[in-house]
Design a protein around this ligand. Structure first.
Ligand SMILES: N[C@@H](CCC(=O)N[C@@H](CS)C(=O)NCC(=O)O)C(=O)O
Length: 225
């Protein structure tokens, strides 16, 4: 089995975060674009990810799913990119902390709010994220305590993953526009790897839209059977 990196994604998905990470790592990789509801749910892909979701990454015979896990895996698999503290470094503590905080409390708080789920009054003690406000305040405090990046003053995979949540949240209005969030995102968004990743996915998304429009035009010309 080769050590090829194969990246399964859709340009309008959380796969954008993994592409950013892949571009930061700088190793060659092959992209397989899957479609919602069809190739994502096909038997071949379900064998890799029974959730039928993207992103997923294959590295030789190793399969990784979950965006945060893929980012962490890539940082460890390619240490020369220096995107994680070394395994025996105490900074591994805050590194894990912010990766898991983003994949757990942050994602749940933002998504639940977007979907209109509200933690019943008095039940915050059972909700892992407490409340949306508590998560926002915790993040704001983290940014004011940490300097430019979340962990030890250096850019890591935790910035890619948590930063992507901040970037998407600010763009789509699901994260409050607090100055500390905007300053942090301004620092990350100009990274050349992120901009490359964005251009690739924007081009893929445009290609998909052209394909869909051509399909609609053909169906209209042919008419109903
Ligand atoms: N927990 C997963 C979530 C993955 C996920 O929900 N992906 C969406 C796109 S952003 C998806 O593939 N949806 C297709 C479906 O559920 O059919 C992760 O963080 O990677």
């Amino acid at each position: 089995m080769s050590d090829e990196l194969i990246f399964y994604t859709h340009p309008q998905s959380r796969g954008r975060v993994v592409r950013w990470m892949l571009e930061e790592v700088g190793q060659p990789y092959r992209t397989e674009v899957l479609q919602y509801g069809t190739t994502m749910k096909a038997r071949d892909y379900l064998a890799l990810n029974p959730m039928g979701k993207v992103p997923a990454l294959r590295h030789g015979d190793t399969v990784i799913t979950e965006t945060a896990a893929i980012c962490a895996y890539l940082a460890d698999a390619f240490p020369e990119a220096q995107l994680a503290p070394l395994i025996n470094n105490r900074l591994r503590g805050p590194y894990y902390r912010w990766l898991f905080f983003a994949a757990g409390p942050l994602e749940a708080a933002v998504l639940n709010r977007m979907l209109g789920f509200v933690v019943p009054a008095g039940r915050e003690v059972s909700a892992g994220y407490g409340s949306y406000a508590a998560v926002m305040d915790t993040l704001e405090r983290a940014f004011s305590d940490c300097g430019d990046y979340l962990v030890g003053g250096s850019f890591t995979a935790a910035d890619v993953y948590l930063g992507a949540h901040i970037g998407f949240g600010l763009q789509f209005g699901t994260i409050e526009k607090r100055p500390a969030f905007e300053r942090y995102w301004a620092r990350l968004s100009v990274r050349s790897a992120r901009q490359r990743a964005d251009s690739i996915d924007n081009a893929l998304a445009a290609e998909q839209q052209r394909g869909a429009a051509a399909g609609d035009a053909k169906a209209e010309a042919t008419g109903p059977n």
